[in-house]
Design a protein around this ligand. Sequence first.
Ligand code: FES
Length: 137
Amino acid sequence: MTDFSTADPTLFVCTTCGIAWEDGRRIGKSGGEKLLERLRAIADSSPLKDRLSLCPVECMDACDRGCTVSLSASGKYTYLFGDLTTDDSGLDSISASVLEFVDRYCESPEGLLRWSERPKLLKKRIIAKIPPVAPQG
Ligand code: FES
C-alpha cells in the first residue's frame, strides 16, 4: 500500500490575480506573479526546496479573494487560501507564512492543520479545506 503521508506537496499560485491595467493594457507583473517569485526565493533557500513544487496557474475561480494559492498532495487535505497581499511590503511575511504552513502540512500524515497550528497570518485566509480522496479499491 502506498504511504501518502510522505507525498510531496504542490502549491498552485494564481498568476492572474492582481493584474493592473491602464488604458486597456496590462502593466507590470501581477500580484500573483510577484507572490510566486517571492515564494520561490524563500523556498529555494529552505529545506522545502527538494519537496515542494510551485506551480503557476491561471485563475482558481476565487477572484474576489485574490491573490490565491492552493496546497495539495496525494492522500492529503487540499487547502485554498485567499486575500494574500499584493502589497510589496507584505510579500515577505505572507510568503513566509504560506511556507510555514506547507512545512507543517508536510509533517501531518493527512495534511490536517488545526486552527491553533496554522500561522497567524493565514488563520482567516483559508477559503476551503477539502478532504483527501479515498484510496481506490
Ligand atoms: S484571477 Fe486569481 S483566482 Fe481568479
